[in-house]
Every structure is written in C-alpha cells, then in structure tokens.
Design a protein around this ligand. Sequence first.
Ligand SMILES: [Zn+2]
Length: 287
Amino acid sequence: MQFTDSHCHLDFTEFQHELPQLLKQCQQSNINRLIVPSVNPEHWQRVLSLALQTEQTNNTNVKVSCCLGIHPWFLILQNNQLTNKLVKNIDLAFNEQLLKQAVIKHRNEIVAIGECGIDVFKAKKNTESEQALNNNLNLQQEFVEMQLQIAKHHDLPIVIHHCQSHHLILPLLKKVKLTRSGVIHAFSGSYQQAKAYVDLGFKLGIGGTITYARSKKTINAIQRLPLSSLLLETDAPAMPPFGQQGLINTPLNLIAVFKALTTIRSESAAVIAKQIESNVNQLFFNR
Ligand SMILES: [Zn+2]
C-alpha cells in the first residue's frame, strides 16, 4: 500500500532541522507523496523550494508538491486593529496581484491554490463587536473568492480551510464553479454538510479528527460517503491524533489516520488505500 499526506505544513519551523530524516521515515512507512499548502505570501518561496529541492536532492522516493495561497488566519487581527505593517498584507487587490504573478511564474510547480478559507471561530475570538466580526468575515469571503477565481483561471484545484463556516463556504463554491474542484481540508461536520461538498465534486480531507471517539458526527458522515470522495491528511504540525495530544504532529501519523479510517469503513484496507491514492491522482495530478 502507498500513501499520500494530502495536507502537511513541512515548511513550518517545527520540521526545519529534521526534514531529511523525516522524509526517510516517510519512505519507510510508504508515505511517498506529501502535499504542502502555504499560509501566506511569506511562505510561498519556502514551499516552492521545498518542492523543488526534494525532487532533485533528497535520497528518497518521496515526492513533495506544493500549493500557493493565503490562509484566513492571516486576515484575522487581534481586536481588528490594523497596524501599519499589516495594512499592506491584508489589502485584497495587493494580494491578488501578488498571487496572480506567483501562479503565472510557478504554474508548473504547484498542484493547487491554497490553503484559503473561512474561520468564523477564530474571527469571533478576535473581534470585539458584531460590526468588526462582520467586516472580518466579509474580508475572509473576498479573499476566498479571489483565490477561487485564480484557481479557475489556471485550471487548478483549491484547498479549503473551514471552521464553523460551511454556510459561508458552500455559496462561494456554487458561485465560482471550479473546473477541477478541490478539497475541504480537515473536514468535520455532518453527513448533509459533507454531501453538499461531494455533490459539487469536492473531496474531503480526513485527518486526526476521526481518531477521537468524541467526533461521532464526522465519523458517521465519513462512514456513509463514497470512498471516491476521501483523501488522507495529517495537517502536521497541527492536529495530532488521539494519544498524542500536545505533541507535534508529523506526516508519519498518516498511518494512524488510515488505520482509524479502516475501522470506520466496510471496505478492506487494500481497497481503501488504492482508491484514496487514485483520488489524489485525480484531484492534484489530473490523471
Ligand atoms: Zn493546514
């Protein structure tokens, strides 16, 4: 069986010093592909060089691919206060130009746009008034739509972050119909919510959430969905699986997520692994 971690932040400092070792361990665990989304323009060069370097110079057969995008957390400011330094960074037109240029330049080196998305939980925590919250959610939606349009223009899939925001994300996906759809990363939610994405051709990223017995609603949804709609991911270094709370998550924990999935689904482990690899091929590699 071969595996792909469809969402891990290898560019984060947590992995800086142990990357060659980690890639070797991934190979030993048959995790042969890693997809690294980016969180803001400052990370773009880092994820690009990671994808290039590892192809040419690592001594493993692990292939690292990357995505360019802007994560909603970078649009959520403490108490909605804009500092001079940050004004430029959250300007929609400025960021749109930046992303457009980067995608044109690196079209052949990236496999998706992302991660982008809407995080209502974080926005609520960091805004003091209803007005500030609404302003921020509007900004988040504008950034998602901008990134969806770029994905559409370049025939790329999209990687979506969600948190208490299915009701805001779904209308945007219906409005900007992508040719290559995308993935709802770290999906959690009900069967109905999952089904709405699957009906739009989207895949759902299945991560550490399903290793927690309390995630009954999500587990139930994943049980009932077509296998052709699922991807595996760790979101490392965040979201460690059950038993590793408080520790740094790594792509190696993909196997724990896979094992949890095999206990939820009725198909054999071999069938699940094979179908999920084919889902990755279809979504990110267009084959
Ligand atoms: Zn992520």
